[in-house]
Design a protein around this ligand. Structure first.
Ligand SMILES: Cc1ncc(COP(=O)(O)O)c(C=O)c1O
Length: 364
């Protein structure tokens, strides 16, 4: 009997165990310790930015940046309707309104023309999301944003290792935010990161991350901050993963190539599409099955599960959730119903990918 194939699992080697053990033994178990600075340094170098700041998770990273930029009640922040809920919730935490717009049908990231149409005199920022590992069209987004004086914050939670024209995501806007949840390309257990070249923004985020404690007067606070710190233990895990980041991202790409080999010719299946200007990090292997509705999709996932194969549905449109206003986003509403993500992780074998693909082909 074949072992169950999960949708995702982290790759933990002796290096991860050694670094975390070292951190535990050092006694620096909270948010002070050498692994924090090291993780930030390694990550900034990898993304090609001046500054990187660890946070407790990716949601906190988005909230922290928005707060540091002074975004609040009365402001509007444009985001894609097709994303994980964290992008919208982080905007809501500030009291600003997330304005949900449609996506590009090829790369599934925010559509630059929908962004432009949604701009009002209250628009303060845009948070393009590099969905499932594909970078959003940052050239177009940056040029529209510049014309309208709008701040650009990349939600790169899902796209560690993706790039455009040789420049890594996280360094393509004013700042970027990342997640290191256990299913991401690299993990620190829970965790997040802010990347930027803007020193003032970095310093403000740095202070706000730790309750905005004064540097010169301990336990004095000039504004309301947060405890959004990462622990040294998490950073130790993150450092080990950063030492392996090229092999970890590389394996995602190899997995995708195999999926393409085994599924590519099937006319009912549409795999991830990558624009020629983009380098995809293939966080998820995405398949859209022509004509599938929600009921059929759930049935397909249940059948895969009975064959020992895990999968996950595409995100529901944010605008369908009860907390957010309904909007007319036809592409988002069309695509989410027929899409599922298939297993991809470091230890997945070619034989397992072949089994997943053959099972899927038989079921559809
Ligand atoms: C697009 C996107 N943004 C933000 C987040 C939030 O990250 P975290 O789960 O670390 O809070 C995620 C998490 O998975 C995500 O997929």
């Amino acid at each position: 009997m074949r072992a169950f194939i999960p949708i995702s699992q982290p790759s933990i080697t002796q290096k991860e165990i050694d670094y975390v053990t070292d951190a535990v033994k050092s006694g620096w178990v909270s948010s002070l310790g050498e692994y924090i600075n090291l993780f930030e340094k390694k990550f900034a170098d990898y993304c090609g930015v001046e500054y990187a700041l660890t946070t407790s998770n990716g949601t906190a990273a988005i909230h922290l940046v928005l707060d540091a930029l002074g975004i609040g009640p009365g402001d509007e922040v444009i985001i894609p309707d097709f994303t994980f809920i964290a992008t919208a919730n982080a905007v809501s935490y500030t009291g600003a309104t997330p304005v949900l717009v449609d996506i590009d049908p090829v790369n599934l990231c925010i559509s630059p023309s929908s962004f432009e149409s949604a701009i009002t005199d209250r628009t303060k920022a845009i948070v393009p999301v590099h969905i499932y590992g594909h970078p959003a069209d940052m050239d177009a987004i940056n040029s529209i944003a510049q014309n309208h004086n709008i701040l650009v914050i990349e939600d790169a939670a899902e796209a560690i290792g993706a790039s455009i024209n040789g420049k890594m995501v996280g360094g393509l806007g004013l700042c970027g935010t990342f997640s290191f949840y256990g299913n991401k390309n690299i993990t620190s257990g829970e965790g997040g990161m802010i990347t930027t070249n803007d020193r003032e923004l970095y310093e403000h985020c740095h202070a706000l991350r730790d309750h905005a404690m004064s540097k010169s007067k301990r336990y004095w606070h000039d504004e309301i901050g947060f405890n959004y710190r990462m622990t040294n233990l998490q950073a130790a895990l993150g450092c080990a993963q950063m030492d392996r980041v090229n092999e970890l991202v590389g394996k995602r790409r190899d997995n995708y190539t195999l999926y393409e080999k085994f599924l590519g010719n099937n006319s009912k299946i549409r795999l991830n599409r990558t624009n020629d200007w983009a380098v995809n990090s293939y966080w998820q292997v995405c398949v859209e099955i022509r004509g599938l509705n929600l009921e059929e999709r759930d049935e397909l996932m249940a059948k895969l599960k009975s064959l020992g194969i895990d999968s996950r549905p595409y995100f529901y449109p944010i605008s369908d959730m009860p907390m957010y206003d309904s909007v007319d986003t036809p592409i988002t509403h069309d695509i989410y119903q027929s899409g599922i993500c298939l297993p991809t992780y470091f230890d997945l074998s070619e034989d397992e990918i072949k089994y997943v693909c053959n099972s899927l082909i038989e079921l559809i």
